[in-house]
Design a protein around this ligand. Structure first.
Ligand SMILES: Cc1cc2nc3c(=O)[nH]c(=O)nc-3n(C[C@H](O)[C@H](O)[C@H](O)COP(=O)(O)OP(=O)(O)OC[C@H]3O[C@@H](n4cnc5c(N)ncnc54)[C@H](O)[C@@H]3O)c2cc1C
Length: 361
């Protein structure tokens, strides 16, 4: 029996495993995807996230895979500069690179891929959990890091209300040296004059760029087949006549790896624990992408929880302190995220000046 069972090997589950490994606390990590299924987008990481990562990974490895951003430049769709701000150690990296680095330091016998975990109920204060619908999982503590639409969470808090956020995203990472050469290490964001439509570009390396669009789902509709052709058409229809940098990126991109993100949030957060189950990362608190704080918050959850597990013997007290410590900051990010969402929906002439697309506490 492991002391700790971690469910889900996204950034939060993997960072938890790394902190437990460093602190010699016994654990096992279960992940339903295959080891090589590393689809996804990229992360903007504020300084605090980099500092937390430095404690568990060789940070130079990460620096080789992404880049620091010097400035945030906000443009209109035609390319007129609306505002510029220096960025203090904000880093951008692809999700797959970060996940791979975090997974590298977990011994292979402590990480099972293609393994789905299901919560069946509780008996004697402990979760009854099944692995792949047959074997019983025995653990003193269950760390649920199974993402924003956590089934474990919904199994426990059945009244929760998960609602669609008005904004969805298309995210793509492309390899194109010529286009990458046209942008410096800045975070560029173009905004439609009527609001509710933006295009962001970030340089990952000398040959790779990450781009994304954010769209108001009440005004813009994407064909739900989500094929590369549908996504390409959507991008051409809505961004084809924007500034030449935007339109050339749209036209020259491949769309095989483009990803659509339907964004959801909890109307009201649940408690961060129940009996011997504790939630971290998006499973505890889905944050809308405008905050750029999902990864850093997941890292802080893992760090705080591991620290308390080291200090406290009483489980209920450990979990209570964990929630007490983490909740106020999460509440701020949720509030800031909703404010940034409202600003995104506004026409440009009503936008506040000089706001960063990052939530700071
Ligand atoms: C469009 C978009 C842009 C974003 N941009 C940023 C950004 O710039 N910066 C930032 O910091 N954050 C960003 N975020 C948020 C960030 O992606 C998350 O906060 C972060 O990845 C933490 O994820 P997680 O590990 O908690 O969950 P996830 O990454 O969702 O991982 C959950 C894992 O659990 C596994 N799983 C689920 N159920 C089971 C089960 N029953 N059994 C076993 N395994 C299971 C899944 O396969 C998955 O691997 C963005 C999010 C979106 C949607």
């Amino acid at each position: 029996m492991s002391k700790v069972a971690i469910i889900g090997a996204g950034v939060s589950g993997l960072s938890m495993a790394n902190y437990l490994e460093k602190n010699n606390i016994d654990y096992h990590l279960y992940e339903r995807r295959t080891q090589n299924d590393l689809k996804g987008h990229g992360f903007i990481l504020p300084k605090e996230g980099i500092e937390l990562l430095s404690e568990i990974i060789n940070i130079d490895e990460l620096y080789k895979k992404g880049s620091f951003l010097k400035k945030y430049i906000h443009y209109s769709q035609s390319g007129e500069i609306l505002s510029e701000k220096d960025l203090d150690d904000v880093f951008v990296v692809s999700r797959s690179a970060l996940i791979e680095i975090l997974a590298n330091s977990i011994p292979s016998d402590k990480l099972s891929y293609e393994t789905t975990v299901t919560l069946k109920g509780f008996s004697h204060g402990k979760a009854d959990i099944l692995i792949d619908d047959h074997a019983k999982l025995e653990a003193d503590i269950v760390v649920a890091s199974d993402g924003s639409r956590s089934r474990i969470r919904r199994g426990i808090f059945q009244d929760e209300n998960m609602k669609a956020v008005l904004e969805n995203e298309v995210v793509n990472i492309i390899e194109n040296e010529e286009l990458a050469g046209q942008i410096e290490n800045n975070f560029l964001k173009f905004h439609h004059e009527n609001g509710g439509l933006t295009f962001g570009v970030l340089k990952l390396s000398s040959s790779k760029i990450l781009w994304y669009c954010q769209f108001d789902i009440t005004k813009f509709f994407i064909n739900e087949e989500y094929t590369p052709d549908c996504i390409r058409q959507f991008m051409l229809d809505h961004f084809g006549n924007w500034n030449p940098l935007v339109s050339s990126i749209i036209e020259e991109s491949g769309y095989e790896n483009a990803h659509i993100w339907r964004v959801y949030e909890l109307e009201k957060l649940n408690p961060f624990y129940h009996e011997n189950v504790v939630f971290i990362g998006d499973a505890a608190h889905p944050l809308i992408p405008f905050t750029s704080q999902g990864v850093t918050s997941a890292l802080k959850d893992s760090f705080t929880l591991t620290d308390l597990l080291n200090k406290e013997n009483d489980l209920e007290e450990t979990f209570r302190k964990y929630e007490e410590e983490r909740r106020p900051e999460i509440d701020i990010h949720i509030k800031n995220g909703r404010t940034l969402l409202q600003q995104f929906l506004l026409p440009l002439n009503e936008q506040p000046k000089n706001t960063l697309p990052i939530s700071y506490k």
